[in-house]
Write a protein that binds this ligand. Structure first.
Ligand code: PMP
Length: 518
C-alpha cells in the first residue's frame, strides 16, 4: 500500500467538494503523468478518427440523446460518474444481439448491466409465459399464486434461506436487509467493506467502488483505529456518523478486530463475495468466510450481498458454491426476467419475521418493520422471474459447465495472445461469468487499493475500439457472459478484443499507464 497516497481525502460538506488540500489532481501530486498521457493520446489522429467514425455511425442515437438532455436528467446516458460516450438507443434486443436505431447490430456483452445475462434478451419461454399472463393480469397490489410458485422455487434453489421478501432493485434489497437486521437487533451501526457496491441508498454510497470517488486520482481516505474514514460519493448524502457506519478495510485481521471491538453496537455486517471493484475471488472469498464466521461468534448478523453473484456461481450463488453462511442474503440482477425489476432478501426466519405481521396490525406497532410499497410483489416481475428461473433449473448443471467452459476458452486465448504479443490483456472476473477486459501487469491483486492504482485509466478506449468492431459494452469493457453467447460468439468476441489490442499497439497506446506512476 502506498502510504503517501493516503491521509487526505475528498470531503463533501455543505454541497461542494471541500478544500482539504486534495481537490486538485495536480496539487496532490497525483495524476500529472496520467493526464498528460491521456491528453496526448486524445489529440492523436487515430483517436480523433475513432471518435468521428463512431459519431457518424451513431447519428440516430446521438439525436435521441441530445433531445433527451433537455428533458430527462436521470437517463443512464447522463449518469454522473458513469455516463459512457456513444450510448446506443436500442431498437431491438434478441439473444446476445442488439440493434440500435441506426440499424447497427452488435454482439452484446453488457446484457442490461448483467441482469439479462442468464438466457440473453427475450428468451422465448419467458416471453411466452409473461405474454400469456399480461392480458387480464392483476398488475400490482394483489396476492397471486405465482408468488407462492416463485417463493417455493427460490426455497428449493436456496435451502440456506428460510424465507424471502420481494423488492424491486438491488438497492432496495440491501437497504431492506439492513433495516431487518436493525429491527431484529435493536442496534444501529452497520459495517461494510471499503469498495463494495451495495446500491445507491445513503449508507451504500459511502466508500463504494473506487471509481465513484475518483480514486485513486483523489487519494483514498485515511485508515485509523476505527477503520476507514466514511466518505459518501454523492452530493446530497450526509456523511454517516460513527453511530451509523463502520467502514472495514479489505484486510481480514483488521476487519475482524473492528467487528469484535464494536460487536455490541453492530446491527449487521454486509459484504459482497466478490466485488466488481476488487474482482479476485481467491482473496475475497476467504476474507468473507472468515468475516462471516467472526460475525457468528460475535452475535452480529451477517448479510451476504449476492445481487451480482446470485445464480451465477452455480444456481445456489456464492453461498452454496463456497459454503458462506450468512443470516441474510440479497438477490437482484438475474433473479428477474426480461429486465422487469425484481429483487429479494432471503434468510433466517426469525430475522425475516421482523417484517411479517403477528396477525393483527395493532400488535405490530412498535416492533415490526416494513419495506412495502404499491408495486411490491409486482405480478409481471414475479411471472418473469419464475419463468426465467424455471428455465435455468431445466437447463441444470450443463448451463454452468458450458458458461464456465466459454469463460475458460476466452482466458486461454488471451494467455496465448499475451505471450505472442507482449500486450498485458487479461479478462479479470468471477462467478459464471462476470468480468472485465483489462490491461494489467498481474493476474491477481491482494490489496484493494493497489488494484485500483493498477487500473489503466485509458481502458475506455478498448470499449470504443470494440464498438467499431461490432461489440457492445458500456463504459469499461465489461463482459456478462451467459447462455445466449454461443461458442462462435465467444470466438467473435476474442477476435474483436485481440484485433483491437493490436490496433492500439500499432497506435502507441499506453498499455503500461497506471495510477501507480503518479
Ligand atoms: N449490490 C451489488 C453487489 C451490486 O452489484 C449492485 C448493482 N450493481 C447493487 C447491489 C444494486 O443493485 P441495483 O442496481 O439493482 O439497485
Amino acid at each position: 500500500m502506498n502510504a503517501s497516497n493516503e491521509g487526505t481525502r475528498q470531503d463533501w460538506s455543505g454541497g461542494d467538494w471541500g478544500d482539504s488540500g486534495s481537490g486538485s489532481w495536480e496539487g496532490q501530486g497525483g495524476g500529472g503523468t496520467v493526464f498528460a498521457t491521456l491528453q496526448d493520446m486524445m489529440s492523436q489522429r487515430w483517436f480523433t478518427d475513432l471518435f468521428s467514425e463512431l459519431a457518424e455511425r451513431h447519428a440516430g442515437s446521438a439525436k435521441i440523446t441530445d433531445e433527451l438532455r433537455g428533458i430527462d436528467a436521470g437517463s443512464q446516458a447522463f449518469w454522473p460518474f458513469l455516463a459512457a460516450p456513444f450510448q446506443l438507443a436500442v431498437g431491438e434486443a434478441l439473444g446476445c444481439r442488439i440493434t440500435d436505431v441506426d440499424g447497427n447490430t452488435y454482439l452484446d456483452c453488457h446484457m442490461g448491466f448483467g441482469a439479462q445475462a442468464l438466457h440473453g434478451h427475450s428468451p422465448a419461454p419467458v416471453v411466452e409465459f409473461v405474454r400469456d399472463r399480461l392480458h387480464g393480469g392483476p398488475g400490482n397490489g394483489y396476492l397471486t399464486a405465482v408468488e407462492l410458485d416463485l417463493a417455493g422455487l427460490l426455497r428449493d434453489i436456496m435451502p440456506h434461506c428460510d424465507k424471502f421478501a420481494f423488492q424491486h432493485s438491488g438497492t432496495e434489497a440491501t437497504y431492506a436487509a439492513i433495516r431487518l437486521a436493525r429491527a431484529f437487533t435493536g442496534r444501529r451501526l452497520v459495517a461494510k467493506f471499503e469498495g463494495t457496491l451495495h446500491g445507491s441508498h445513503d449508507l451504500a454510497v459511502h466508500n463504494t467502488a473506487f471509481w465513484y470517488h475518483g480514486q485513486p486520482a483523489y487519494p483514498f481516505p485515511a485508515v485509523g483505529p476505527d477503520g476507514v474514514s466514511p466518505v459518501p460519493a454523492f452530493a446530497g448524502v450526509p456523511q454517516a456518523g460513527p453511530e451509523d457506519l463502520l467502514v472495514l478495510p479489505n484486510d481480514p485481521a483488521a476487519a475482524i478486530g473492528l467487528i469484535n471491538a464494536h460487536a455490541a453496537e453492530l446491527a449487521c455486517v454486509i459484504a459482497e463475495p466478490a466485488a466488481s471493484s476488487f474482482p479476485f475471488e481467491d482473496v475475497t472469498i476467504p476474507m468473507v468466510k472468515e468475516t462471516a464466521a467472526a460475525c457468528r461468534r460475535a452475535g452480529v448478523p451477517f448479510i451476504l450481498d449476492e445481487v451480482l453473484t446470485g445464480f451465477r456461481n452455480g444456481i445456489g450463488g456464492a453461498a452454496a458454491r463456497y459454503g458462506i453462511e450468512a443470516d441474510l442474503y440479497t438477490y437482484g440482477k438475474v433473479i428477474s426476467g426480461l429486465g422487469i425489476p425484481l429483487s429479494a432478501v432471503g434468510g433466517r426466519a426469525d430475522i425475516m419475521d421482523m417484517t411479517q405481521t403477528t396477525g393483527q396490525g395493532f400488535t405490530d406497532i412498535g416492533h415490526k418493520t416494513a419495506m412495502q410499497g404499491s408495486h411490491t410483489g409486482n405480478y409481471l416481475a414475479l411471472c418473469a422471474s419464475y419463468a426465467s428461473l424455471r428455465l435455468l433449473c431445466d437447463k441444470g448443471d450443463a448451463y454452468y459447465a458450458q458458461t464456465r467452459a466459454k469463460a475458460s476458452a476466452i482466458k486461454d486465448r488471451l494467455n496465448q495472445f499475451r505471450a505472442d504479443s507482449g500486450i498485458p490483456l487479461r479478462l479479470v472476473g468471477f462467478g459464471d461469468f462476470i468480468g472485465c477486459f483489462q490491461f494489467l501487469p498481474e493476474d491477481s491483486y491482494r490489496d484493494y487499493r493497489e488494484f485500483a492504482r493498477a487500473m489503466n485509466p485509458a481502458l475506455f478506449v478498448l470499449t470504443l475500439m470494440l464498438r467499431k468492431r461490432g461489440v457492445y459494452m458500456l463504459g469499461t469493457p465489461m463482459l456478462f457472459l451467459g447462455g445466449a453467447h454461443s461458442e462462435s460468439d465467444v470466438d467473435e468476441l476474442v477476435d474483436a478484443v485481440t484485433d483491437s489490442a493490436l490496433e492500439l499497439k500499432k497506435n502507441g497506446f499506453p498499455f503500461e499507464l497506471s495510477w501507480e506512476q503518479t
